[in-house]
Design a protein around this ligand. Structure first.
Ligand code: 2BA
Length: 124
């Protein structure tokens, strides 16, 4: 049985995955466009990284196991590793002390990807 072309058998449902991909803001539009073009169902959420505290984007993508490789290829192609410089938070200083903070190099991306097994998926 299918609903809008989505197989509902328990067997096929167990092959569904939810991919959570956290990507840099600059890559988000190209990733989103590519996924829609290739007919992946995708939800984009504006998020922020805990370390850099900069905006990034998180994608929720429900995908059948057989398209997982294709999906990972698109994410890999669209999301680029970049170097950023961060000014570390200065330590608490005593009066009269002076510290020149040096920026620290941090590599960000291409993407942080979590692949979760989906127990049940329905489009109601
Ligand atoms: P942020 O937390 O802003 O981290 C940005 C980059 O800073 C990270 O890049 C990593 O290179 C570095 N970084 C993060 N925490 C660090 C720490 N405690 N000490 C030193 N360097 C640190 P990515 O690893 O590519 O991560 C990019 C973004 O993906 C992260 O942004 C965060 O939003 C998310 N992320 C990464 N790992 C995660 C995880 N295990 N769970 C949930 N979200 C994660």
């Amino acid at each position: 049985m299918t609903v809008k072309g989505i197989p509902l058998s328990a067997e096929t449902n167990s092959a569904m995955h939810l991919v959570l991909a956290i990507v840099q803001d600059v890559d988000a539009t190209s990733l989103s466009d590519s996924l829609v073009l290739e007919k992946f169902g995708v939800t984009r959420i504006n998020t922020a990284g805990g370390f850099l505290r900069e905006g990034n984007a998180s994608f929720l993508i429900g995908v059948e196991g057989k398209r997982l490789g294709e999906l990972m290829g698109i994410i890999r192609r669209c999301c680029v590793t970049r170097t950023q410089y961060v000014n570390p938070l200065p330590p608490i200083m005593e009066p009269g002390e002076f510290l020149m903070p040096y920026p620290v190099e941090v590599q960000v991306g291409g993407a942080i990807v979590f692949v979760l097994d989906v127990e049940r998926y329905e489009q109601l």
